[in-house]
Design a protein around this ligand. Structure first.
Ligand code: C2E
Ligand code: MG
Ligand code: MG
Ligand code: MG
Length: 281
């Protein structure tokens, strides 16, 4: 449906939309070219424990063009999904995640690497093999790789998704439900799908230190996850006072500008090495 409306927007003549439509067409062709030439890059945002110890990272795609400068994934990921370009981007993400996991393993620490998968990738029949061969080539265990999915990824076909997720989990991949709480039917996903990790969207964090209802809601979510044996990650943590509330609730891991912004993968490796007991600073 999204694909269809995307096309309609381009076909129908509406003068006021001309520049939008044109820049979208331009953006799409630039994106296709960039993806095919592996010109997109992936930065790593650390995930830490409450005391700051690094336990993993999430790879986030970045794209810079001559014409438009840095384009946010929030703008181009939807285009990449509608056009199928996301499959090319996704394959690169999977390869890079496996190679990064390999380098991290060589530091002697257990550090996970997460990637984001889009709805289209979940329906890609090659996904399982692409993931497995990336792990094989990098000589790492699937347990080092976390797969982040948002609810929108399985709104239309929960059964197909469920089968795939059980298969991936059986291989050892770690499954995370991203942006928890912002979509629909969250609780039935928790019941039916085998997630290991819940990433609580930052929408639930922003007034946690000022609003008692927000704090209570979050406390309930944490209890629920504990009962279901799922790890919790707080996304978009920006302040010390948020951390104080969240760590009190017993959230397991934190990701946000308060600790670290997304960084070059080489900087992330350096960060992990600095913290390593085998490599005292
Ligand atoms: P996400 O997976 O929920 O990623 C978290 C987003 O929040 C990232 O934005 C990150 O830079 C941002 N963020 C992290 N900490 C903070 C904070 O403390 N405050 C604020 N305000 N923001 C914070 P980014 O990199 O712009 O990515 C946006 C979304 O684009 C991602 O949300 C994800 O859904 C999608 N995305 C990014 N990379 C990929 C990719 O490689 N593949 C796919 N399919 N989607 C991707
Ligand atoms: Mg994510
Ligand atoms: Mg998220
Ligand atoms: Mg998000």
């Amino acid at each position: 449906a999204a694909k269809q409306s995307g096309r309609d927007r381009v076909d129908r003549y509406r003068p006021e939309l001309d520049s939008d439509a044109l820049s979208r067409i331009k953006l799409t062709s630039l994106l296709r070219q960039a993806a095919e030439r592996s010109q997109l890059t992936f930065v790593a945002q650390p995930k830490v424990k409450a005391d700051g110890r690094v336990v993993g990272c999430e790879l986030l795609v970045r794209w810079t063009t001559k014409e438009f400068g840095a384009v946010s994934p929030v703008s181009f990921i939807p285009i990449a999904e509608e056009t199928g370009i996301i499959l090319t981007i996704g394959h690169q993400a999977i390869r890079e995640a496996a190679l990064l996991a390999r380098q991290l393993q060589q530091t002697g620490q257990q550090i996970s690497v997460a990637i984001n998968l889009s709805p289209l990738q979940i329906r890609d029949p090659q996904l399982e093999q692409v993931l497995l061969s990336a792990c094989r080539e990098a000589d790492i265990s699937p347990m080092c790789i976390q797969i982040e999915l948002t609810e929108s990824a399985f709104l239309d076909s929960k059964q197909v998704t469920g089968l795939l997720l059980h298969t991936l989990k059986a291989h050892g991949f770690v499954l995370a439900l991203d942006d928890f709480g912002t979509g629909y039917s969250s609780l039935s996903y928790l019941r039916d799908l085998p997630f290991d990790v819940i990433k609580i969207d930052r929408a639930f964090l922003h007034d946690i230190d000022r609003d008692e209802r927000s704090a209570k809601l979050l406390a309930g979510i944490v209890d629920l996850c504990r009962a279901l044996d799922m790890e919790t990650v707080a996304e978009g943590l920006e302040s010390r006072s948020q951390l104080a509330v969240l760590s009190q609730l017993g959230i397991g891991e934190y990701q946000g500008f308060y600790f670290h912004k997304p960084m070059a993968q080489s900087d992330f490796i350096a960060l992990v090495k600095d913290a390593s007991p085998q490599h005292p600073a």
